[in-house]
Structures are given as C-alpha cells and as structure tokens.
Design a protein. Structure first.
Length: 235
C-alpha cells in the first residue's frame, strides 16, 4: 500500500503508529530536501537534520567542524554558516552539515521510527523510485512536509510524481489524488512551483532562482537515506 500524509497535522498522526514495517519518503521540495539532495550530490558527507535552532547550536558546540545551515521564514539564520538554498551546498565537499528548517527537518523527525526513511525531491524522482522498487517494501508512506501547519502544493506534486513512478497498484485515496495532480502539473512543473505559496514567498525575498533550481525533474541520481541521526547518500 502507498499512503500519503498531505500536511503536518497528518504527519503528527503517524508518530503514534507503528512504522517499523513501513518505508517513509519525505518531501520538502522548497527547499530542505532539495537542498540535501543537492549537497549530497556535490560531496557533502552527511546532513544532521534537527528540529530547533538550539539543537543545531548544541551539536556545533560538541563538534566545531560541523557547518550550521538553516532558515526561518525562508531567510538564513543569524550566526549560521549557510542558509537553505541548494546552490550554497555545491562548494562544501567533504563537510558535515547540521540543518534546521521550518518544516522539512521536523517532518524527518516525525517519521524517524520507520523501517527506512528516504529524502525525496523533484530533482531525484527517477532514482528514488528505482530505489524503492528495488527495496520492495509492501508499505510506503510518502510525507509532504508542508508550510507551517498547512498543505504545500509543491510537496504534493512531487509525491504524486513518485506514486506515478512506483510499480505498486495498491494506493490510498490521498495517493490517487497526488498522482492525478502530478499528471496535471508535469507539463510545466516550474509554473506550478512558482504559483505555490512557498514559490511566491521565495520570489518575494529574492530567491526565485531557488524555485527554478528545485523544479528540475530527475536531474540527479543521488538518493538520500537516514542512517542513524544523519542523512547520507545511498550507495
């Protein structure tokens, strides 16, 4: 069965459900999961996703070699080394990064008890689908990180793109919904991302280039997966 959590309130529901037999995939297309896929592709060793700014700083105190990255309200955090724009992570090969964002890193923590947790983006949809089909999990939960407490269009589009690529026939109603949405949006993904709440917000703070970067389809063969507390490149 493929199921989809469409917004943060649904994600919280899964905290109390046994996910030990479930493979989870988290999408925060604008921008946390797109940023992690980009960083891993360009040689970032690992990402440590954390929920709070204080948790990020605490890890830095323990290990000064870590880079701090993240955002609140789309903007970089004071005193951090990096923000949350994918392009920032193309020049830090061999580094480990602590990342905290409004929704994406929180969503990863919500499903961390799943059998396996993948990081998804439009950037790596084909490779992600291949990894899931190879794994052969009978239960897949696709998580749309959302915006604040709300549904995010771009995450649902990406979720639908993954459902559209998977070989399984058993789908929840939410999976059928996002698959239909993706088929409608696939002819012009960039337009859909630009129209989304996050797309408009990013353009408003001068980060329209991030939207274009994150809208590219299956340009990366990198798949991110949780290993302990870190997101690493699937090998």
């Amino acid at each position: 069965m493929i199921d989809v959590a469409l917004c943060p309130s649904e994600i919280r529901r899964f905290e109390s459900i046994d996910l030990s037999g479930t493979t989870a995939v988290v999408f925060d297309v604008l921008r946390a999961t797109s940023t992690m896929i980009t960083g891993l592709e360009y040689g970032v060793e690992q990402f440590f996703p954390v929920e709070t700014i204080d948790a990020a700083r605490a890890l830095k105190i323990k290990d000064s070699s870590l880079l701090l990255a993240g955002e609140r309200g789309g903007l970089p955090l004071e005193g951090f080394d990096l923000g949350n724009s994918p392009g920032e992570f193309k020049e830090i090969r061999g580094k480990s990064v602590v990342l905290t964002t409004t929704n994406g890193t929180v969503a990863l923590h919500r499903v961390r008890r799943a059998k396996r947790v993948y990081v998804g983006a439009l950037l790596n949809l084909d490779s992600l689908a291949q990894a899931l089909d190879s794994e052969g999990s009978t239960s897949v939960l696709i998580v749309c990180a959302g915006t604040g407490e709300d549904f995010a269009l771009e995450d649902a589009v990406a979720a639908g793109g993954l459902v559209n690529r998977l070989s399984r026939n058993s789908m929840s109603d939410a999976a059928v919904l996002v698959k239909s949405l993706y088929r409608e949006a696939s002819a012009d993904l960039l337009s859909y991302l630009r129209q989304s709440r996050n797309g408009r917000s990013l353009a408003g703070i001068g980060k329209a280039q991030d939207v274009e970067e994150c809208a590219r389809l299956s340009v990366s063969q990198t798949v991110g997966v949780m290993k302990g507390d870190a997101v690493v490149k699937l090998t």
